[in-house]
Design a protein around this ligand. Structure first.
Ligand SMILES: CC(C)(COP(=O)(O)OP(=O)(O)OC[C@H]1O[C@@H](n2cnc3c(N)ncnc32)[C@H](O)[C@@H]1OP(=O)(O)O)[C@@H](O)C(=O)NCCC(=O)NCCS
Length: 183
């Protein structure tokens, strides 16, 4: 019992792709399955995460570059969380892929990963996009000072379709922005 944080964080390397894929597949299926809008668990199946298209996307996300870093959180040897920070050409930074395994949530791991991404973004304003049905995630970002970014998309909203999903299935998403205090 207790709140002792015994997780460690390091940057991702290409060899993490398989574990990273498993982590995201479990997190996506848990967070985004919503039969009411047609997003069945099958939309986030292991098969969907194994396609060339998805693997290319995930490999690109963990690849380090001058502008992008991905961190992984481990508890013992188990990969339990991740975040990616990308610097954008217009002087902003983007937070992508902030995920913690359901059974490890609520213990401060997400906040620690988020703080790391923020630290490496310097004073840049931050942007992200998020599924509208992820109300818990949106509320969390709002508590942390983020707002709907009406300058992007259609007044802040857009629709996402994965090629692996049934034809015509569109999931509503929104852009959010955190304006940094430049001191
Ligand atoms: C968002 C997420 C990464 C947070 O990770 P976490 O390790 O649970 O985060 P923490 O324990 O540091 O808590 C972060 C915040 O979420 C809240 N929270 C955590 N678990 C919660 C739960 N089960 N229900 C409601 N709020 C919860 C905490 O209270 C905290 O908010 P606060 O700072 O205002 O108090 C994790 O919940 C997750 O993977 N969610 C699904 C995917 C997602 O929404 N990602 C972000 C959008 S891309």
């Amino acid at each position: 019992m207790g709140t002792k944080q015994i997780f460690t964080i390091r940057q991702a390397v290409y060899a993490d792709l398989s574990a990273y894929t498993d982590l995201l597949q479990r997190c996506y299926r848990h967070a985004y399955t919503d039969e009411g809008i047609g997003l069945t668990a099958d939309c986030f199946s292991k098969d969907v995460f194994a396609t060339d298209d998805t693997q290319r996307f995930l490999a690109k996300q963990i690849a380090e570059s001058d502008t992008q870093k991905t961190w992984l959180a481990f508890e013992d040897d188990v990969l339990v969380g991740t975040v990616t920070r990308a610097l954008l050409s217009d002087g902003e930074a983007e937070i992508k892929g902030l995920y913690v395994l359901p059974e490890y949530q609520g213990r401060g791991i997400g906040k620690k990963l988020y703080a790391l991404a923020l630290e490496f973004a310097g004073e840049r304003d931050l942007v992200l996009d998020i599924y509208c049905h992820n109300t818990k995630g949106i509320q969390m970002y709002e508590r942390w000072g983020w707002k709907l970014d009406t300058t992007r998309g259609e007044k802040g909203y857009f629709y996402r379709h994965w090629p692996e999903w049934p034809e015509g299935l569109q999931a509503k998403c929104q852009y959010m922005r955190l304006v940094r205090d430049k001191g």
